[in-house]
Design a binder for this molecule. Structure first.
Ligand code: GDP
Length: 467
Protein backbone atom coordinates (compact mmCIF):
# COMPACT_ATOMS: atom_id res chain seq x y z
CA UNK A 1 0.00 0.00 0.00
CA UNK A 2 1.18 3.45 -0.84
CA UNK A 3 2.12 5.66 2.06
CA UNK A 4 0.76 8.96 0.86
CA UNK A 5 -0.85 11.92 2.51
CA UNK A 6 -4.55 11.44 1.93
CA UNK A 7 -5.93 14.93 2.15
CA UNK A 8 -8.69 16.47 0.15
CA UNK A 9 -7.52 17.84 -3.14
CA UNK A 10 -9.57 20.64 -4.63
CA UNK A 11 -10.74 20.04 -8.17
CA UNK A 12 -9.41 22.11 -11.04
CA UNK A 13 -11.64 25.14 -11.09
CA UNK A 14 -11.04 26.93 -14.38
CA UNK A 15 -9.43 26.20 -17.71
CA UNK A 16 -5.94 27.36 -18.52
CA UNK A 17 -7.32 29.46 -21.37
CA UNK A 18 -9.42 31.33 -18.82
CA UNK A 19 -6.38 31.79 -16.57
CA UNK A 20 -4.46 33.24 -19.50
CA UNK A 21 -7.24 35.75 -20.09
CA UNK A 22 -7.25 36.70 -16.42
CA UNK A 23 -3.47 37.08 -16.38
CA UNK A 24 -3.42 39.31 -19.43
CA UNK A 25 -6.11 41.52 -17.92
CA UNK A 26 -4.20 41.82 -14.63
CA UNK A 27 -0.77 42.33 -16.15
CA UNK A 28 -1.39 45.98 -16.86
CA UNK A 29 -1.62 47.04 -13.20
CA UNK A 30 1.02 44.81 -11.62
CA UNK A 31 4.75 45.17 -11.33
CA UNK A 32 6.50 42.55 -13.43
CA UNK A 33 8.59 40.04 -11.44
CA UNK A 34 12.18 39.22 -12.36
CA UNK A 35 14.51 36.62 -10.89
CA UNK A 36 17.92 37.99 -10.09
CA UNK A 37 21.13 36.13 -9.37
CA UNK A 38 24.15 37.73 -7.71
CA UNK A 39 27.52 36.33 -8.71
CA UNK A 40 31.20 37.21 -8.38
CA UNK A 41 34.47 36.14 -6.84
CA UNK A 42 34.46 35.21 -3.15
CA UNK A 43 34.76 38.33 -0.96
CA UNK A 44 33.79 40.69 -3.79
CA UNK A 45 30.99 41.86 -1.49
CA UNK A 46 27.92 40.07 -2.86
CA UNK A 47 26.23 39.42 0.47
CA UNK A 48 27.10 42.85 1.84
CA UNK A 49 25.78 44.48 -1.31
CA UNK A 50 22.46 42.70 -1.47
CA UNK A 51 21.94 42.87 2.28
CA UNK A 52 22.47 46.61 2.00
CA UNK A 53 20.13 46.96 -0.99
CA UNK A 54 17.40 45.14 0.95
CA UNK A 55 17.99 47.50 3.85
CA UNK A 56 17.96 50.66 1.73
CA UNK A 57 14.70 49.54 0.17
CA UNK A 58 13.18 49.03 3.58
CA UNK A 59 13.01 45.24 3.43
CA UNK A 60 15.01 44.83 6.63
CA UNK A 61 14.70 47.04 9.69
CA UNK A 62 17.46 48.85 11.60
CA UNK A 63 16.72 46.55 14.50
CA UNK A 64 17.39 43.44 12.46
CA UNK A 65 20.66 44.89 11.24
CA UNK A 66 21.59 45.79 14.83
CA UNK A 67 20.92 42.22 15.96
CA UNK A 68 22.93 40.77 13.14
CA UNK A 69 25.73 43.20 13.97
CA UNK A 70 25.78 42.03 17.58
CA UNK A 71 25.75 38.36 16.66
CA UNK A 72 28.45 38.75 14.08
CA UNK A 73 30.67 40.72 16.46
CA UNK A 74 30.43 37.77 18.81
CA UNK A 75 32.15 35.54 16.31
CA UNK A 76 34.55 38.29 15.31
CA UNK A 77 33.10 39.26 11.97
CA UNK A 78 31.70 42.70 12.70
CA UNK A 79 31.78 43.96 9.15
CA UNK A 80 29.50 41.14 8.08
CA UNK A 81 26.41 42.83 9.51
CA UNK A 82 24.70 43.34 6.18
CA UNK A 83 25.80 40.03 4.85
CA UNK A 84 24.02 38.49 7.79
CA UNK A 85 20.58 39.43 6.63
CA UNK A 86 21.41 37.16 3.81
CA UNK A 87 23.39 34.27 5.13
CA UNK A 88 20.52 32.88 7.07
CA UNK A 89 21.84 29.45 7.86
CA UNK A 90 23.60 28.90 11.14
CA UNK A 91 26.44 26.98 9.56
CA UNK A 92 27.06 29.75 7.08
CA UNK A 93 27.28 32.25 9.90
CA UNK A 94 29.97 30.35 11.64
CA UNK A 95 32.00 29.85 8.50
CA UNK A 96 31.34 33.28 7.08
CA UNK A 97 30.46 32.02 3.61
CA UNK A 98 27.17 31.75 1.81
CA UNK A 99 26.50 28.12 1.03
CA UNK A 100 22.99 27.43 -0.04
CA UNK A 101 20.89 29.17 -2.61
CA UNK A 102 18.83 31.54 -0.50
CA UNK A 103 15.83 33.37 -1.83
CA UNK A 104 14.54 36.75 -0.85
CA UNK A 105 12.47 39.33 -2.59
CA UNK A 106 12.28 43.08 -2.88
CA UNK A 107 10.76 45.71 -5.07
CA UNK A 108 11.80 48.86 -6.83
CA UNK A 109 9.53 51.52 -8.31
CA UNK A 110 8.56 49.52 -11.37
CA UNK A 111 9.78 45.95 -10.76
CA UNK A 112 9.58 43.16 -8.24
CA UNK A 113 12.59 40.91 -7.75
CA UNK A 114 13.07 37.41 -6.50
CA UNK A 115 16.64 37.28 -5.37
CA UNK A 116 18.53 34.06 -5.87
CA UNK A 117 21.77 34.32 -3.97
CA UNK A 118 24.54 32.33 -5.54
CA UNK A 119 27.53 31.28 -3.50
CA UNK A 120 30.97 32.44 -4.47
CA UNK A 121 33.09 29.62 -3.16
CA UNK A 122 34.70 27.45 -5.83
CA UNK A 123 33.22 24.19 -4.53
CA UNK A 124 29.76 25.61 -4.71
CA UNK A 125 29.60 26.19 -8.45
CA UNK A 126 27.04 23.40 -8.98
CA UNK A 127 24.73 25.30 -6.60
CA UNK A 128 25.35 28.43 -8.56
CA UNK A 129 24.38 26.68 -11.73
CA UNK A 130 20.95 25.91 -10.40
CA UNK A 131 20.62 29.51 -9.20
CA UNK A 132 21.73 30.99 -12.49
CA UNK A 133 19.53 28.63 -14.47
CA UNK A 134 16.55 30.31 -12.81
CA UNK A 135 17.60 33.91 -13.36
CA UNK A 136 16.33 36.61 -15.71
CA UNK A 137 19.20 38.96 -14.96
CA UNK A 138 22.46 38.91 -13.04
CA UNK A 139 24.45 41.29 -10.91
CA UNK A 140 28.16 40.60 -11.25
CA UNK A 141 29.96 42.03 -8.23
CA UNK A 142 33.65 42.81 -8.69
CA UNK A 143 36.01 44.04 -6.03
CA UNK A 144 37.26 47.45 -7.18
CA UNK A 145 39.91 47.81 -4.51
CA UNK A 146 43.57 47.85 -5.56
CA UNK A 147 44.52 44.30 -6.45
CA UNK A 148 41.02 43.09 -5.59
CA UNK A 149 39.68 43.17 -9.11
CA UNK A 150 42.81 41.52 -10.51
CA UNK A 151 42.58 38.72 -7.97
CA UNK A 152 39.07 37.89 -9.07
CA UNK A 153 39.62 38.33 -12.79
CA UNK A 154 42.97 36.71 -13.42
CA UNK A 155 44.45 33.30 -12.70
CA UNK A 156 42.15 31.28 -10.49
CA UNK A 157 39.61 34.11 -10.02
CA UNK A 158 35.96 33.29 -10.47
CA UNK A 159 34.79 36.46 -12.18
CA UNK A 160 35.25 34.96 -15.65
CA UNK A 161 33.76 31.60 -14.90
CA UNK A 162 30.70 33.14 -13.27
CA UNK A 163 30.12 35.50 -16.18
CA UNK A 164 30.44 32.65 -18.66
CA UNK A 165 28.13 30.47 -16.59
CA UNK A 166 25.32 32.98 -16.28
CA UNK A 167 25.52 33.79 -19.98
CA UNK A 168 25.50 30.18 -21.07
CA UNK A 169 22.53 29.52 -18.84
CA UNK A 170 20.57 32.08 -20.79
CA UNK A 171 20.99 35.27 -18.78
CA UNK A 172 21.26 38.21 -21.19
CA UNK A 173 21.06 41.21 -18.90
CA UNK A 174 23.99 41.99 -16.65
CA UNK A 175 24.71 44.72 -14.15
CA UNK A 176 28.36 44.93 -13.14
CA UNK A 177 28.63 46.41 -9.65
CA UNK A 178 32.16 47.75 -9.30
CA UNK A 179 32.28 47.54 -5.52
CA UNK A 180 34.58 48.84 -2.77
CA UNK A 181 35.41 52.01 -4.69
CA UNK A 182 35.48 53.76 -1.29
CA UNK A 183 38.90 52.12 -0.84
CA UNK A 184 40.36 53.97 -3.83
CA UNK A 185 38.86 57.40 -3.10
CA UNK A 186 36.18 56.95 -5.78
CA UNK A 187 38.84 57.04 -8.47
CA UNK A 188 37.32 57.41 -11.93
CA UNK A 189 40.53 56.05 -13.41
CA UNK A 190 40.18 52.82 -11.45
CA UNK A 191 36.54 52.42 -12.45
CA UNK A 192 37.31 52.98 -16.13
CA UNK A 193 40.28 50.59 -16.04
CA UNK A 194 38.06 47.85 -14.64
CA UNK A 195 35.39 48.52 -17.22
CA UNK A 196 37.98 48.40 -19.99
CA UNK A 197 39.22 45.01 -18.78
CA UNK A 198 35.75 43.55 -18.47
CA UNK A 199 34.07 44.89 -21.59
CA UNK A 200 35.93 42.90 -24.29
CA UNK A 201 35.74 39.77 -22.18
CA UNK A 202 31.99 40.07 -21.61
CA UNK A 203 31.37 40.77 -25.28
CA UNK A 204 33.38 37.70 -26.22
CA UNK A 205 31.35 35.70 -23.70
CA UNK A 206 28.23 36.59 -25.65
CA UNK A 207 26.79 39.55 -23.76
CA UNK A 208 25.40 42.32 -25.91
CA UNK A 209 27.27 45.46 -24.73
CA UNK A 210 23.97 47.36 -24.79
CA UNK A 211 22.64 44.98 -22.10
CA UNK A 212 25.57 45.39 -19.74
CA UNK A 213 25.64 48.27 -17.25
CA UNK A 214 28.59 49.27 -15.05
CA UNK A 215 27.86 50.90 -11.72
CA UNK A 216 30.44 52.23 -9.25
CA UNK A 217 29.31 51.39 -5.70
CA UNK A 218 30.30 50.81 -2.12
CA UNK A 219 28.24 48.07 -0.49
CA UNK A 220 29.77 49.02 2.82
CA UNK A 221 28.72 52.68 2.87
CA UNK A 222 25.71 52.21 0.62
CA UNK A 223 27.03 54.72 -1.89
CA UNK A 224 25.23 54.73 -5.26
CA UNK A 225 22.89 51.92 -4.36
CA UNK A 226 19.91 54.25 -4.19
CA UNK A 227 21.62 57.63 -3.84
CA UNK A 228 24.97 59.40 -4.00
CA UNK A 229 26.66 61.36 -1.24
CA UNK A 230 30.30 61.29 -2.40
CA UNK A 231 31.19 64.56 -4.09
CA UNK A 232 34.04 62.91 -5.92
CA UNK A 233 31.76 60.28 -7.43
CA UNK A 234 29.15 62.92 -8.18
CA UNK A 235 31.77 64.92 -10.08
CA UNK A 236 32.35 62.26 -12.73
CA UNK A 237 29.57 59.71 -12.67
CA UNK A 238 26.32 60.62 -14.34
CA UNK A 239 24.82 57.18 -14.81
CA UNK A 240 22.14 55.39 -12.84
CA UNK A 241 22.44 54.04 -9.32
CA UNK A 242 22.38 50.27 -8.83
CA UNK A 243 18.71 50.28 -7.87
CA UNK A 244 17.85 52.50 -10.85
CA UNK A 245 19.61 50.00 -13.08
CA UNK A 246 17.60 47.18 -11.56
CA UNK A 247 14.44 49.17 -12.07
CA UNK A 248 15.28 49.59 -15.77
CA UNK A 249 15.87 45.91 -16.57
CA UNK A 250 13.85 44.52 -19.45
CA UNK A 251 11.05 42.17 -18.52
CA UNK A 252 11.60 38.83 -20.25
CA UNK A 253 8.82 37.19 -22.24
CA UNK A 254 7.26 34.28 -20.36
CA UNK A 255 6.37 31.09 -22.20
CA UNK A 256 2.84 30.92 -20.75
CA UNK A 257 1.29 29.03 -23.61
CA UNK A 258 3.93 26.29 -23.84
CA UNK A 259 3.47 22.96 -21.99
CA UNK A 260 4.10 23.16 -18.25
CA UNK A 261 7.65 22.41 -17.10
CA UNK A 262 8.79 22.68 -13.49
CA UNK A 263 12.34 21.42 -12.87
CA UNK A 264 12.50 20.45 -9.20
CA UNK A 265 15.22 22.23 -7.24
CA UNK A 266 14.22 21.02 -3.78
CA UNK A 267 12.07 18.24 -2.27
CA UNK A 268 10.95 18.60 1.33
CA UNK A 269 8.23 18.17 3.94
CA UNK A 270 6.40 21.44 3.61
CA UNK A 271 4.26 23.33 6.06
CA UNK A 272 1.99 26.28 5.39
CA UNK A 273 -1.29 27.64 6.70
CA UNK A 274 -3.44 25.12 4.90
CA UNK A 275 -1.09 22.62 3.38
CA UNK A 276 1.49 20.23 4.69
CA UNK A 277 3.25 17.16 3.46
CA UNK A 278 5.33 16.44 0.45
CA UNK A 279 6.39 19.59 -1.34
CA UNK A 280 8.78 20.58 -4.07
CA UNK A 281 10.13 23.95 -5.01
CA UNK A 282 11.34 25.10 -8.37
CA UNK A 283 10.91 27.66 -11.06
CA UNK A 284 8.15 27.28 -13.59
CA UNK A 285 10.06 27.40 -16.85
CA UNK A 286 7.03 27.35 -19.08
CA UNK A 287 3.26 27.08 -18.90
CA UNK A 288 0.80 27.40 -16.05
CA UNK A 289 0.20 25.13 -13.06
CA UNK A 290 -3.00 25.07 -11.04
CA UNK A 291 -4.36 23.49 -7.89
CA UNK A 292 -6.14 20.20 -8.57
CA UNK A 293 -4.05 19.46 -11.63
CA UNK A 294 -2.48 16.03 -12.17
CA UNK A 295 1.25 16.13 -12.89
CA UNK A 296 3.77 13.57 -14.02
CA UNK A 297 7.23 13.52 -12.42
CA UNK A 298 9.89 12.60 -14.95
CA UNK A 299 12.00 10.52 -15.13
CA UNK A 300 9.70 7.81 -13.74
CA UNK A 301 6.13 6.67 -14.22
CA UNK A 302 4.53 8.40 -11.24
CA UNK A 303 1.92 11.09 -11.18
CA UNK A 304 0.76 13.30 -8.32
CA UNK A 305 -1.97 15.85 -7.79
CA UNK A 306 -1.35 19.49 -6.91
CA UNK A 307 -2.86 20.01 -3.48
CA UNK A 308 -1.71 23.58 -2.94
CA UNK A 309 0.56 26.15 -4.54
CA UNK A 310 2.62 28.80 -2.84
CA UNK A 311 4.36 31.76 -4.43
CA UNK A 312 6.41 34.11 -2.24
CA UNK A 313 4.83 32.70 0.90
CA UNK A 314 1.23 33.08 -0.30
CA UNK A 315 -1.17 30.35 -1.32
CA UNK A 316 -2.38 30.83 -4.88
CA UNK A 317 -4.87 29.00 -7.13
CA UNK A 318 -2.44 28.96 -10.03
CA UNK A 319 1.10 30.04 -10.88
CA UNK A 320 2.77 31.08 -14.09
CA UNK A 321 6.00 30.61 -16.01
CA UNK A 322 8.73 32.72 -14.44
CA UNK A 323 7.52 32.21 -10.84
CA UNK A 324 9.43 30.35 -8.18
CA UNK A 325 6.81 28.09 -6.73
CA UNK A 326 6.27 25.57 -3.94
CA UNK A 327 4.02 22.74 -5.06
CA UNK A 328 2.33 20.55 -2.42
CA UNK A 329 1.62 17.18 -3.95
CA UNK A 330 -0.53 14.26 -2.97
CA UNK A 331 -0.86 10.74 -4.35
CA UNK A 332 2.87 10.50 -4.95
CA UNK A 333 5.69 9.11 -2.85
CA UNK A 334 8.75 11.12 -1.93
CA UNK A 335 11.12 8.60 -3.46
CA UNK A 336 9.52 9.21 -6.87
CA UNK A 337 10.73 12.79 -6.81
CA UNK A 338 14.23 14.09 -6.72
CA UNK A 339 16.16 17.24 -7.36
CA UNK A 340 16.32 17.48 -11.14
CA UNK A 341 12.97 15.75 -11.76
CA UNK A 342 10.67 17.72 -14.03
CA UNK A 343 6.95 18.08 -13.33
CA UNK A 344 4.76 18.28 -16.41
CA UNK A 345 1.27 17.39 -17.62
CA UNK A 346 0.94 13.61 -18.21
CA UNK A 347 -0.43 14.36 -21.68
CA UNK A 348 2.57 16.53 -22.59
CA UNK A 349 5.57 14.82 -20.97
CA UNK A 350 9.08 16.15 -21.39
CA UNK A 351 11.29 13.68 -23.31
CA UNK A 352 13.64 11.67 -21.12
CA UNK A 353 16.93 11.32 -22.89
CA UNK A 354 19.90 9.02 -22.54
CA UNK A 355 21.55 10.31 -25.68
CA UNK A 356 21.33 13.63 -27.50
CA UNK A 357 22.98 15.97 -29.97
CA UNK A 358 24.23 19.29 -28.67
CA UNK A 359 25.84 22.40 -30.04
CA UNK A 360 28.45 23.62 -27.59
CA UNK A 361 30.99 26.33 -26.93
CA UNK A 362 34.21 24.97 -25.46
CA UNK A 363 35.68 27.10 -22.66
CA UNK A 364 39.26 26.57 -21.55
CA UNK A 365 39.56 22.92 -20.56
CA UNK A 366 42.90 21.72 -19.27
CA UNK A 367 43.03 19.07 -22.02
CA UNK A 368 41.32 19.20 -25.42
CA UNK A 369 38.04 17.33 -25.73
CA UNK A 370 38.27 14.09 -27.71
CA UNK A 371 35.72 11.34 -28.40
CA UNK A 372 35.17 9.35 -25.19
CA UNK A 373 35.72 12.40 -22.96
CA UNK A 374 33.95 11.90 -19.61
CA UNK A 375 31.97 14.80 -18.11
CA UNK A 376 29.43 15.75 -15.49
CA UNK A 377 26.37 16.92 -17.36
CA UNK A 378 24.40 19.74 -15.71
CA UNK A 379 20.81 20.48 -16.58
CA UNK A 380 18.89 22.72 -14.18
CA UNK A 381 19.47 21.25 -10.72
CA UNK A 382 20.49 17.85 -12.04
CA UNK A 383 24.02 16.61 -12.60
CA UNK A 384 24.68 13.25 -14.12
CA UNK A 385 27.77 11.40 -15.44
CA UNK A 386 27.96 11.42 -19.23
CA UNK A 387 30.39 10.86 -22.08
CA UNK A 388 30.96 12.95 -25.16
CA UNK A 389 30.89 9.96 -27.48
CA UNK A 390 31.31 11.67 -30.85
CA UNK A 391 32.59 14.94 -32.24
CA UNK A 392 30.42 15.45 -35.29
CA UNK A 393 31.50 18.84 -36.56
CA UNK A 394 33.43 21.98 -35.82
CA UNK A 395 31.25 25.05 -36.24
CA UNK A 396 31.89 28.68 -36.99
CA UNK A 397 31.23 30.49 -33.72
CA UNK A 398 29.23 33.32 -35.20
CA UNK A 399 27.39 31.71 -38.13
CA UNK A 400 27.03 28.15 -36.81
CA UNK A 401 28.15 26.78 -40.23
CA UNK A 402 30.12 23.54 -40.29
CA UNK A 403 33.79 24.30 -40.86
CA UNK A 404 35.02 20.72 -40.52
CA UNK A 405 33.35 17.32 -40.09
CA UNK A 406 34.52 14.73 -37.57
CA UNK A 407 37.27 16.78 -35.92
CA UNK A 408 39.75 14.76 -33.91
CA UNK A 409 39.57 17.11 -30.92
CA UNK A 410 38.06 20.33 -29.64
CA UNK A 411 40.39 22.97 -28.30
CA UNK A 412 39.53 26.03 -26.25
CA UNK A 413 37.10 28.66 -27.53
CA UNK A 414 35.79 26.50 -30.37
CA UNK A 415 32.21 25.65 -31.17
CA UNK A 416 31.08 22.16 -32.14
CA UNK A 417 28.26 19.72 -32.64
CA UNK A 418 28.68 16.69 -30.40
CA UNK A 419 26.84 13.51 -29.41
CA UNK A 420 26.40 12.92 -25.70
CA UNK A 421 25.53 9.65 -23.98
CA UNK A 422 24.65 9.24 -20.31
CA UNK A 423 27.06 6.85 -18.65
CA UNK A 424 24.74 4.67 -16.61
CA UNK A 425 22.27 2.25 -18.11
CA UNK A 426 21.50 3.43 -21.57
CA UNK A 427 18.78 0.79 -21.54
CA UNK A 428 16.96 1.85 -18.37
CA UNK A 429 15.18 4.57 -20.38
CA UNK A 430 12.42 6.55 -18.77
CA UNK A 431 13.46 5.95 -15.18
CA UNK A 432 17.14 6.84 -15.40
CA UNK A 433 17.52 9.34 -18.22
CA UNK A 434 17.55 13.08 -18.06
CA UNK A 435 14.46 15.13 -18.89
CA UNK A 436 15.38 17.65 -21.54
CA UNK A 437 14.06 19.17 -24.74
CA UNK A 438 15.61 20.63 -27.87
CA UNK A 439 16.37 24.31 -27.44
CA UNK A 440 14.18 25.03 -30.48
CA UNK A 441 11.16 23.60 -28.59
CA UNK A 442 11.81 25.02 -25.11
CA UNK A 443 14.74 27.36 -24.51
CA UNK A 444 15.09 26.86 -20.80
CA UNK A 445 14.79 23.05 -21.01
CA UNK A 446 17.34 22.92 -23.80
CA UNK A 447 20.46 24.30 -22.13
CA UNK A 448 23.24 22.07 -20.84
CA UNK A 449 26.59 22.55 -19.15
CA UNK A 450 29.56 20.24 -19.04
CA UNK A 451 32.01 20.10 -16.15
CA UNK A 452 35.04 17.98 -15.50
CA UNK A 453 37.52 17.91 -12.64
CA UNK A 454 35.91 20.93 -10.96
CA UNK A 455 35.95 23.20 -14.00
CA UNK A 456 33.27 24.08 -16.50
CA UNK A 457 34.61 22.86 -19.84
CA UNK A 458 31.71 23.64 -22.16
CA UNK A 459 28.12 24.82 -22.37
CA UNK A 460 25.53 24.63 -25.03
CA UNK A 461 22.09 23.81 -26.31
CA UNK A 462 20.30 20.56 -27.11
CA UNK A 463 19.72 20.13 -30.85
CA UNK A 464 18.00 16.77 -30.86
CA UNK A 465 17.05 14.05 -28.40
CA UNK A 466 18.25 10.75 -29.86
CA UNK A 467 17.15 8.16 -27.31
P1 GDP B 1 30.96 37.84 -0.68
O1 GDP B 1 31.86 36.69 -0.39
O2 GDP B 1 31.08 38.27 -2.11
O3 GDP B 1 29.52 37.65 -0.27
O4 GDP B 1 31.54 39.10 0.14
P2 GDP B 1 31.06 39.72 1.53
O5 GDP B 1 29.80 40.48 1.34
O6 GDP B 1 31.10 38.68 2.55
O7 GDP B 1 32.22 40.80 1.75
C1 GDP B 1 33.59 40.44 1.81
C2 GDP B 1 34.37 41.44 2.61
O8 GDP B 1 34.43 42.68 1.90
C3 GDP B 1 33.75 41.77 3.95
O9 GDP B 1 34.79 41.91 4.89
C4 GDP B 1 33.04 43.07 3.72
O10 GDP B 1 32.89 43.81 4.87
C5 GDP B 1 33.96 43.75 2.72
N1 GDP B 1 33.23 44.69 1.87
C6 GDP B 1 32.11 44.46 1.17
N2 GDP B 1 31.73 45.56 0.52
C7 GDP B 1 32.63 46.53 0.77
C8 GDP B 1 32.79 47.91 0.36
O11 GDP B 1 31.99 48.48 -0.39
N3 GDP B 1 33.87 48.58 0.83
C9 GDP B 1 34.76 48.00 1.66
N4 GDP B 1 35.78 48.72 2.08
N5 GDP B 1 34.65 46.71 2.07
C10 GDP B 1 33.61 45.98 1.65
Amino acid sequence: RKQVEEQAVPAVSITKAKILEEVKAKEADQKPVLSLVVVGHVDAGKSTLMGRVLHELGETSDKEIFNYQRQSEKIGKGSFAYAWTFDAMEEERERGVTIDVAIDSFETTRRRFTLIDAPGHRDFIPNMISGAAQADAAVLVVDGSNGGFEKGFEGGGQTREHAVLVRSLGVQQLIVAVNKLDTVGWSQKRFEAIRESLQPFLTQTGFNPAKVAYVPVSAMSGENLTRRTSEVLESWFEGRSLVEELDSLDVPQRALEAPLRIPVSNVFKGQSATASGLAISGRIESGIVQVGEKLAALPGDETGVVRALEVEGELVPYALAGSNVTVYLSAIEANQLSVGSVLCPPSQPVPVASSFLAQIIVFEPQYPITAGYAVELFHHSRDIPATIVALEALLDKTTGQVTRSNPRMLTKNTSARIRVQLRQAASAGRTSGIPLEPFSVNKSMGRVLFRRGGETVAAGIVLEVLQ
